[in-house]
Design a protein around this ligand. Structure first.
Ligand code: C2E
Ligand code: MG
Ligand code: MG
Ligand code: MG
Length: 292
């Protein structure tokens, strides 16, 4: 094929672009089969408060490719969006989260936990999205306040009035709204105060070098201050060390998610993890427990 093209085909576009295009098409076809054959899974990563107690989890998609092994969400979510597969897949994640919340709601030792679900722009834009969330929550019979939707700032590139109207509908239902990866997108601060949101999630890109990069530290500190002043909850993602956690705590951020506490786990492993940490007095971060 390459040989034939090399010798006498007239190239209409550059071979690198063609390679990328066929790679994308292959990924899309693979993703379609993965969805059909139930090769997609969900893992849950704990979110932890100041006292080391879990406040909830974030649901994260996993794809175990039979040949290629695990495929990263960062790699396949864009394809899922381009192909619209994100609509049924996203719906399935939402259903699974609500079903899990229903199980937890019946257990006094789990009923306080929330589940955060990532919602892509494509999903949020879909005219049926609000109704789907509502019917998911109703059918599962879960307290809507335990469901948190993580939206991204890229939503704000759409018509702001209609975005706000949809957010209000979700809020009226009692569902909680979080802005994921906050700080890397379009947000204008004047938009922020108009959005009916509950929480900002500090992007892990700012947490990574928070101890050594003054700009990252300043941005994280500004987001935390913004939340304090606007009455929003704040959570930091990608917290990997106790030093990062302490730095964030000093700035006033009291909820965390990251490998310091726990990586994303399949539900059975998460249940075992919860049973263990609830038996102790909350989650003891790995490094400090090793040091003591
Ligand atoms: P996100 O929503 O910002 O999720 C946080 C990401 O940080 C997850 O990556 C998580 O595994 C990773 N992470 C957590 N703690 C640490 C840490 O301490 N250090 C580092 N380096 N990373 C940490 P993951 O699972 O690869 O997901 C990547 C992105 O894919 C997510 O970013 C989200 O935007 C998207 N995604 C995942 N699941 C879904 C889904 O069900 N629907 C949609 N629309 N997007 C999803
Ligand atoms: Mg997220
Ligand atoms: Mg995030
Ligand atoms: Mg992120």
């Amino acid at each position: 094929q390459a040989k034939a093209a090399g010798r006498n085909a007239v190239r209409f576009f550059d071979p690198e672009m063609q390679a990328v295009a066929s790679e994308n098409a292959a990924l899309a076809a693979d993703l379609r089969s993965a969805w059909r054959d139930n090769h997609l899974n969900i893992e849950y990563q704990p979110q932890v408060g100041m006292d080391g107690r879990m406040t909830g989890v974030e649901a994260l998609l996993r794809w175990e490719h039979p040949g290629r092994g695990p495929v990263q969400p960062e790699h396949f979510i864009p394809t899922a969006e381009e192909t619209s597969l994100i609509i049924p897949i996203g719906h399935w994640v939402l259903e699974a989260a609500c079903a899990q919340l229903a199980l937890w709601a019946r257990r006094p030792d789990r009923a306080h936990l929330s589940i955060a679900v990532n919602v892509s722009v494509r999903q949020f834009r879909h005219p049926d999205f609000i109704d789907e969330v509502m019917s998911c929550v109703r059918r599962a019979g879960v307290p809507p306040g335990k469901l948190k939707l993580e939206l991204t700032e890229s939503l704000l590139a759409d018509n702001l009035e209609s975005v706000i109207a949809k957010m209000r509908n979700l809020k009226e239902m009692g569902v909680r709204l979080s802005v994921d990866d906050f700080g890397i997108g379009y947000s204008s601060l004047s938009y922020l105060k108009r959005l009916p949101i509950d929480e900002l999630k500090i992007d892990r890109g700012f947490v990574k070098d928070i101890l050594t990069d003054g700009n990252d530290a300043a941005i994280a500190g500004t987001i935390i201050g913004l939340c304090r002043n606007l009455g929003l909850d704040v959570i930091a993602e990608g917290v990997e060390t106790e030093e990062q956690r302490q730095f964030l705590a000093r700035q006033g951020c009291h909820r965390y998610q990251g490998y310091l506490f726990c990586k994303p786990l399949p539900i059975e492993e998460l249940e075992a993890f919860i049973a263990r940490v609830e038996g102790e007095a909350g989650i003891t971060p790995e490094p400090s427990s090793a040091a003591s």
